[in-house]
Design a protein around this ligand. Structure first.
Ligand code: SF4
Ligand code: SF4
Length: 459
């Protein structure tokens, strides 16, 4: 049976057409980096609680061996990304600019990049709770940037019903192509991962949403759909932010996530395609997550590509392998729309890093432009995928009327996609204003909750 799919590319209302800038890396197959001398593996690379080391300083570890265990349901295991010796357990800088606990590994650089530690498992014999536990022990976290523990996302809360699994293969951010290469090179892993997700959640069908500028990825996936299975590949219009949860779900099945809600509230399990591929690859092999594919690209590198990088490799080392140019002026983690600037290069690549974009003075010098008054053209309102009024929000932000922004203009639902700033002819830094407003409101709420009698942080 051929599962029916809409021939027309689906989409949401609003959004913008941003330059794709993907040609530097889209056609380059995934490559491995040589091992560096040392790795630093942070014990907290996800949203939740840090893992606890189960190895001691001086201990020899094999590539793939568990080195830290979960400390709670909000935690995941960690594994040695290379064979070597634990040289220290202590504090290391992270991308957020803090010092955080990490395991340092002195790498045996002559060792093989084969995984030396695996426990092949017949996953067909595992129950849903056993599969969830296996995902936690494999150390899997969301690879689309959020780094939320995958097992927690898949474990249904009491009373929750999931009828559809949606796999996010949109990759709408400019420059990034790691998901694209995974879809082309590992479609079997994607299908295996989907089957596991369907079993865990009880969803009746799975839909992989892929932007229509990726026909090769769609063809590779469609070729791998097991006959008779309720898995379909659906084309989406190429438009930013097509890969945002709300937009993707709205485009694919018309459901709207309520304000402050999640995909599960509309009976959807939503996963990034690289996460699903990792589930399909690691679980049957009984392996842990020790590496990931990262797009390293932009005008600031000589050898852009999609690199399979061991977790814990320093960003500086990865960039040097990719040919960091002397004129590099800014390094972004993620794409230019939703990514964040990285202040230092001695931080490790972690499980949630999907791309590194290196810009030069040339691109940056295009940025500082004069800001003019709002001309009420309404472009920002047209493109806001949530139907917000960015012009009004911007005007309120200039007067620091943050409470009104939140109470009357739904500031908190804004997910800072940047579409409004992108189209504003007056160059008003709308998203920048919204971030400041949200930070100010957060600070105020924190102060209020601390000063309220009986408020207990741990509750
Ligand atoms: S208001 Fe927020 S959600 Fe709407 S376009 Fe601007 S950044 Fe995106
Ligand atoms: S796009 Fe800019 S100038 Fe136009 S209405 Fe919005 S804020 Fe005003």
């Amino acid at each position: 049976m051929t599962w029916p799919f809409a021939r027309k590319a689906l989409t949401f209302s609003g959004g913008v057409h941003v330059p794709g800038l993907k040609t530097q890396t889209a056609d380059l197959p995934i490559r491995r980096l040589p091992f560096p001398d040392t790795l630093s593996i942070p014990l907290l690379q996800h949203v939740g609680d840090a893992a606890r080391p189960i190895v001691g300083v001086g201990e020899h570890v094999e590539r793939g061996q568990p080195i830290a265990e979960p400390t709670s349901d909000r935690s995941v295991a960690m594994h040695a990304p290379a064979t070597g010796r634990v040289s220290a357990i202590g504090l290391a800088p992270n991308a957020a600019g803090h010092m955080a606990p990490a395991i340092f590994l002195e790498v045996n650089i002559d060792s093989s990049q084969e995984n030396a530690f695996e426990r092949p498992t017949n996953i067909d014999t595992l129950s849903a709770p056993q599969l969830i536990l296996a995902i936690q022990m494999a150390g899997l976290v969301g690879m689309g940037g959020a780094a939320f523990p995958t097992h927690r996302k898949l474990a249904l809360r009491v009373g929750q019903r999931i009828d559809q699994a949606i796999v996010n293969g949109a990759e709408c951010e400019p420059y990034l192509t790691s998901d694209y290469r995974i879809m082309i090179e590992e479609p079997e892993n994607v299908m295996r991962g989907i089957e596991i997700v369907l079993r865990i959640t009880g969803a009746k069908e799975a839909v992989i949403g892929v932007e229509d500028n990726k026909p090769l990825a769609m063809a590779a996936l469609r070729k791998c759909v097991p006959p008779g299975r309720p898995i379909r590949v659906q084309a989406l219009q190429t438009k930013y932010p097509q890969g945002a949860s709300r937009m993707l779900i709205k485009a694919l099945n018309g459901r709207e996530i309520p304000t402050g809600g999640h995909a599960a509230d509309v009976h959807v399990e939503l996963s990034n395609v690289s996460t699903v591929a990792a589930i399909g690859e690691l679980l049957p092999a009984g392996r842990g997550m020790i590496e990931r594919v990262v797009t390293i690209t932009g005008p600031g590198v000589d050898r852009p590509g999609n690199y399979r990088i061991p977790i814990g490799v320093s960003l500086r080392y990865a960039l040097e392998c990719a040919g960091l140019r002397n004129n590099a002026a800014a390094v972004l983690s993620g794409g230019p729309m939703l990514g964040t600037a990285i202040a230092r290069l001695d931080v490790p690549i972690t499980k949630g890093v999907l791309g590194i974009v290196v810009l030069t003075e040339k691109e940056l010098s295009l940025k500082p432009q004069p800001v003019y008054a709002c001309i009420r053209c309404g472009h920002c309102i047209d493109v806001c995928p949530l139907g917000l009024n960015p012009a009004r929000l911007g005007a309120l932000a200039e007067n620091q009327e943050y409470e009104t922004m939140a109470s009357e203009f739904n500031l908190t639902t804004c997910f800072e996609c940047g579409s409004c700033s992108f189209v504003c002819p007056s160059n008003i830094p709308l998203v920048h204003h919204f971030r400041i407003a949200k930070a100010s409101l957060r600070r105020k709420r924190n102060l209020q909750s601390r000063s309220e009698p009986g408020t207990n942080k741990s509750q």
